[in-house]
Write a protein that binds this ligand. Structure first.
Ligand code: ADP
Ligand code: ADP
Ligand code: ZN
Ligand code: ZN
Length: 820
């Protein structure tokens, strides 16, 4: 059968990637197509694994014929035929770690434009030479600050660390950073010889003397007179300030112990030359509209636009000149400003006006990063392209979702197709076409239940999406709980929360709501998490957390918690060596079962032999990874199955050991549902498997590498691991958007598990946008009114019904509509 490219459809025939069951489907081009279905039903396998992957493969073949041989090692998607498929761009939010040097400005490419503006149209100091655009980037030799090499920070001694106790005198060791023993006594004598009182408390010394003792670079030589019990003869002693001593040790000492001790007096501070901007002074001296480029980078977009707009509008005023030295009023300034303003306006429309160009991309939420990429695409001028998006509504308040849809509409109007994997029913309703996949997950899914205009889904039997979309599902009714007490926080300051006071109820479920950037994550995952963590003396989850500075006047009620559990979307591991079996601990039980089989005992294989992380039993070609990496010139590196073990990860001898007819690699290939039956007689494993199924993860394979799991899957694995401990307690559970990436049916499952935790005596606090989840909470704290500096206030707090009536809350009208 031949398909005419001009019929306006993409025709897929015989798709069988992952769990897809020989799917045939036709999708309209130049339309918004929503892919729906429960978690694991196969939406991503069709949208990303088949359509996008095939478009990519064709693209690689056309631009890089030399890479063809290498590409053959990489699996092409399992599909018989696709016709009518345009080139595709994926805007996926799950994966791809951002580098710490990338910023909002580099992600959106707006930084290039701004540098051009300063280079070509900035106001330079009298007599200064014009700089190239690269001189405005801290990542180039031309622009980097000579002191910190563009990093913006340097190490320096700190007064508080060097003099921890200011009531001591110098003789009593006030300057902790000075050496001890003879050298220390020598320094003390030198200081006395300089006429400084070594017996007065440090705090009583004149400030000038204290600064000099700690920081000077001077090294006077002083005649030290003989002292009783110490020295018989006078000598000339050399003075070292505390900083000079510490730096000397760090620069020259070969003793690790000495260096470690010196490091105790040092901390990372903002570079004193560039004030943290990483730029050299000549670059910082150039201004535009009175702002240095560093100041422009730090301004929220809303304010940046107000600064640039007057220049952009000079075109209409006809006031632009062509003189180069007048800075702001040149034609080039007007042109670049107009371009910048137009591009930033899209970001404002998307509700991202609170971000600044200089914001590090590692601090962005996935939803923020995806919207930045969507906005960047809008200006790219491409048409005839398919954009494949992964849950664009994730992380968005209903009030923020609307402008995003408008941007997607604009992409469509300029002649592109949108394939969107989506769960938010309000967004699905706006699609031109829906492809519903199911009916279940994994092997129970993978079929197209419906493909057509949204309204037609109403008549499809067995579609869980249809049931939810057309109101055929009764919400669960739970009695509202009363708090058993309160956590009171006053005077909280962090990010955009300024002097906030907030009360969090204990032993109930609380939803923290508000538009993007209002401060929800700051309150829950930074302030609450850090205060409780410190109170309990728990170790920080990772490096970043240990650097959090939380300002708070008073906090009461912290003692009600005996444990803090953060169930976040961070990966459960960063290498393919971790998977859900290792993370939940169930693999330990499985390895013991294999070590106890007669064949293993006969050969002397212990449980370690069955770990792919131990040399003993694993495949030596791939060292237990199952994959080898294939490096492609100019293309992102990729993985191919190991040629020796074909992905099994183990050596042949280890695979000869079987339990109930399966070897250990075959167990790792089982889905959680299958394993629950296979391992029913192994209690430790069965318990984990039950909880995994209860949170809706029955479709995952035990050995699925951590790197392949979505943030939502990682989060539910963590939750299941918590649930399997199943003890009553007084833990505080913090969750950041647990429903992201979940179908309404999966949300219902997740909620019943979270409520189970509350019923067992724990407190649950979640950041949430999903209205069904918010309505099911006992208490709501709504932040706002806007994002960034326009947010950070508690707009309303109370039961969902109370908050739905609150004046001035952006969430209230949506809650009211849902409760009606
Ligand atoms: P959805 O997008 O609907 O949540 P997916 O397309 O991600 O579902 O997954 C469909 C099925 O394919 C699931 O059973 C999942 O475990 C499986 N799967 C997903 N990714 C892979 C992979 N890289 N290798 C093998 N199976 C996979
Ligand atoms: P929400 O969770 O409501 O979307 P956030 O708590 O993430 O909001 O952000 C609140 C404000 O704090 C925003 O202005 C945001 O830009 C800022 N912010 C958040 N994290 C950081 C950070 N790591 N560094 C600087 N600013 C931050
Ligand atoms: Zn510097
Ligand atoms: Zn191998």
């Amino acid at each position: 059968m031949h398909h005419d490219l001009s019929d306006g459809f993409v025709h897929v025939r015989g798709a069988s990637e992952h769990n897809l069951q020989n799917v045939d489907v036709d999708l309209p081009r130049d339309a918004m197509v929503a892919f729906t279905g429960v978690s694991g039903s196969g939406k991503s396998s069709l949208a990303f694994g088949t359509l996008y992957a095939e478009a990519q493969r064709r693209y690689f073949e056309s631009v890089a014929p030399y890479a063809r041989r290498l590409l053959q090692q990489v699996d092409a998607p399992h599909v018989r035929e696709i016709t009518g498929l345009p080139p595709a761009v994926a805007l996926q939010q799950r994966r791809g770690a951002a580098s710490s040097r990338s910023t909002v400005g580099t992600l959106t490419t707006l930084s290039n434009l701004l540098r051009m503006l300063y280079s070509r149209a900035g106001t330079y100091p009298e007599g200064a030479a014009r700089l190239g655009a690269e001189a405005f980037s801290p990542n180039t030799a031309a622009g980097a600050c000579p002191r910190c090499h563009g990093l913006g920070e340097e190490h320096d001694v700190s007064e508080e660390l060097m003099v921890p106790d200011t009531s001591l005198s110098i003789r009593e060791g006030a300057i902790a950073a000075w050496p001890g023993a003879w050298q220390g006594a020598n320094l003390r004598s030198v200081v006395a010889g300089l006429g400084i009182d070594v017996d007065a408390p440090w705090s009583s010394l004149p400030r000038k003397d204290r600064q000099w003792l700690l920081f000077t670079d001077e090294q006077p030589k002083v005649l030290v007179k003989p002292e009783r019990d110490r020295i018989d003869h006078g000598y000339h002693g050399l003075f070292w300030s505390a900083r000079a001593h510490v730096n000397h040790v760090l620069a020259t000492s070969k003793s690790q112990m000495m260096r470690d001790k010196a490091m105790r007096f040092v901390r990372t501070v903002r570079c004193s030359v560039c004030h943290g901007t990483g730029l050299r002074p000549e670059s910082l001296a150039v201004t535009f509209q009175g702002l240095s480029i560093a100041q422009a980078n730090a301004l929220p977009f809303v304010e940046l636009v107000s600064a640039l707009r007057p220049v952009a509008e000079l075109t209409e005023a006809g006031a632009a000149t062509s003189r180069a030295d007048s800075g702001e009023a040149t034609e080039v300034a007007v042109r670049i400003c107009a371009d910048l303003v137009a591009r930033v306006q899209v970001l404002l429309d998307l509700g991202l006006g609170y971000l600044a160009l200089g914001r590090s991309s590692t601090t962005l939420s996935p939803g923020e990063a995806q919207r930045l990429r969507v906005a960047t695409q809008l200006r790219s001028g491409l048409f005839g392209v398919v954009y494949v998006l992964d849950e664009p509504s994730a992380g968005l308040h209903p009030a923020d979702a609307r402008p995003l849809l408008d941007v997607l509409d604009a992409l469509k109007r300029s002649g592109n197709s949108l394939f969107v994997v989506e769960h938010d029913l309000d967004i699905v309703r706006r699609a031109d076409w829906v492809v519903d996949i199911g009916p279940g997950a994994g092997e129970k899914g993978g079929r197209v239940l419906y493909s057509g205009p949204v309204a037609g889904l109403e008549d499809v039997d067995g579609s869980i999406t249809g049931d939810h979309l057309f109101g055929r599902v009764e919400p669960a009714h739970r009695p509202r709980r009363t708090p058993s007490g309160w956590l009171h926080l006053t005077g909280v300051s962090r990010n955009n929360l300024g002097d906030l006071s907030v009360d969090v109820p204990l032993c109930v479920m609380t939803a923290v709501t508000g538009v993007s950037g209002s401060g929800k994550s700051t309150l829950v995952t930074q302030v609450l998490a850090e205060l409780v963590r410190r109170h309990l003396g728990q170790a920080p989850d990772d490096e970043e957390d240990s650097a959090l500075e939380i300002d708070v006047d008073d906090a009461t009620g912290l003692e009600s918690f005996d444990r803090l559990v953060r169930v976040d979307q961070r990966p459960i591991g960063r290498t393919p060596r971790s998977n859900l079996a290792t993370y939940t601990g169930l693999f330990d039980a499985v390895r013991k079962v294999y070590a106890a089989t007669p064949r293993a005992r006969e050969r002397g294989y212990g449980a370690g032999r069955f770990s792919f992380n131990v040399a003993e039993g694993r495949c030596s070609t791939c060292q237990g990874e199952g994959f080898v990496s294939v490096e492609l010139l100019f293309l992102p590196g990729t993985y191919a199955p190991c040629p020796t073990c074909h992905g099994a990860r183990y050596d042949a001898e280890t695979l000869e050991v079987e339990y109930q007819g399966k070897n250990i690699a075959e167990v790792l290939a089982l889905s959680v549902d299958e394993a629950a039956a296979f391992l029913a007689d192994v209690p430790a494993a069965a318990r984990s498997l039950t909880t995994l199924r209860e949170v809706g993860l029955g479709y995952l394979r035990l050995g699925q590498p951590a790197t392949e799991l979505s943030g939502g899957e990682a989060q539910r694995i963590k939750l299941a691991t918590e649930l399997q401990r199943a003890r009553r307690g007084h833990a505080l559970y913090l969750l950041d958007e647990p429903t992201a990436g979940l179908h309404p049916a999966d949300i219902a499952l997740l909620l019943s598990q979270l409520h189970r935790l509350v019923d067992a005596g724990n407190t649950v606090v979640l950041v949430e946008h999903d209205l069904d989840t918010i309505v099911s909470a006992d208490w709501v704290i709504d932040l706002g009114p806007g994002g960034g500096d326009h947010g950070g206030h508690v707009m309303a707090a109370g039961t969902p019904a109370e908050v739905s009536q609150a004046e001035g809350s952006a969430t209230a009208p949506y809650l009211a509509a849902r409760l009606r």
